[in-house]
Write a protein that binds this ligand. Structure first.
Ligand SMILES: Cc1cc2nc3c(=O)[nH]c(=O)nc-3n(C[C@H](O)[C@H](O)[C@H](O)COP(=O)(O)OP(=O)(O)OC[C@H]3O[C@@H](n4cnc5c(N)ncnc54)[C@H](O)[C@@H]3O)c2cc1C
Length: 296
């Protein structure tokens, strides 16, 4: 039985593991995909202290290597359910049920979809949520990016160095992206901003994306559509625990503990104001430290 099971190995989960392991608290990290989480999708990170500029996967790998060096136990699989029985936590993963005293939920967020017909069916055939992963498939082709925040602007900029033209489609003329990101994008000749427009239709030809139709009726002939319209937490596996939440985001106190004793949360899965790497790292540090202190 582990003292603590950490669900999710994004930057939050991995940070918590580093702190727990170094304090000699037995812990296991469970990950359903690959270590690093969302940051694996970032082409360039320039606001993480210690690195003037680093691509997301390299940052994720650096942290993962720290875990490997510390010999942190990892299990790959998706947690489907958690039960709280007489203070013990039961974690359902793959075909196993694991037991522990404390849980750190660090399951982050997943990209929001446009919910258009064809969207799901064309994933991998033109529709993508990760420019860094799929951008190269659209070398010298025209693509569209949807969104008005930092992720949309950063990834449009990244794609503009690979693709022929990048259409940046946003539903208003107010962008949430930072002034610096807006300046960089607006200076690129092959990025064409389509403001006050929405993608209304995704058009398919021979099982591949062929064009998109905008709300004005304009049809853009593009081979790729990269969607960056925000993200949502997936906390369905916590149903039944009665954890307090706001729009799916878990509510925690200053110790990063939820209303259920022994269930902590940190990173993008919690209800907070700033969703960044630095905040995720800070919250994970607090969550792990609370467990370490309670163990004294
Ligand atoms: C394209 C992009 C660019 C970004 N650029 C920046 C930037 O430049 N600077 C910055 O500060 N932030 C940036 N961010 C935001 C930053 O990546 C997030 O704030 C941060 O990664 C959140 O970390 P996390 O550990 O909380 O969650 P996540 O990174 O979402 O990790 C959660 C992990 O949990 C796993 N998981 C989920 N459910 C389960 C389950 N049921 N069982 C097992 N495992 C599960 C997931 O597979 C994932 O690996 C960017 C985000 C994106 C998408």
């Amino acid at each position: 039985m582990y003292n603590t099971i950490i669900i999710g190995s994004g930057i939050a989960g991995m940070t918590a593991a580093i702190y727990l392991k170094r304090a000699n608290i037995s812990c296991l990290v469970i990950e359903k995909s690959s270590p690093g989480g969302q940051i694996n999708k970032a082409s360039n990170v320039e606001n993480y202290p210690g690195f003037k500029s680093i691509d997301g996967p390299s940052l994720a790998l650096n942290i993962y290597e720290q875990l490997t060096k510390l010999e942190v136990d990892m299990k790959f699989g998706e947690v489907s359910k958690i039960e709280n029985k007489l203070g013990k936590k039961l974690i359902y993963v793959n075909d196993e049920i694991l037991e522990c005293q404390n849980i750190i939920v660090a399951t982050g967020r997943k990209p929001r979809e446009l919910n258009l017909e064809n969207e799901k069916g064309l994933i991998g055939h033109g529709v993508s949520y990760c420019a860094l992963c799929d951008g190269i498939f659209y070398k010298n082709k025209d693509v569209a990016v949807v969104g008005g925040g930092n992720s949309a602007f950063e990834e449009a900029y990244y794609l503009s160095n690979i693709c022929n033209r990048v259409f940046l489609v946003h539903r208003s003329s107010n962008f949430r992206a930072s002034a610096l990101n807006q300046k960089k994008v607006k200076a690129k000749e092959n990025i064409i901003i389509k403001e006050n427009e929405q993608v209304k239709k995704i058009n398919e030809k021979d099982t591949y994306l062929n064009s998109i139709t905008l709300s004005s009726g304009e049809e853009l002939k593009v081979n790729g559509l990269f969607i960056y319209i925000g993200s949502d937490p997936d906390t369905s596996f916590l149903e039944g625990l009665n954890i307090e939440s706001e729009n799916g985001y878990l509510i925690v106190n200053e110790n990063m503990e939820t209303n259920i004793e022994g269930v902590y949360a940190c990173g993008d899965v919690i209800f907070k104001k700033v969703y960044q790497l630095t905040t995720a790292v800070g919250e994970a540090t607090v969550a792990a430290s609370s467990i370490i202190k309670n163990n004294d």
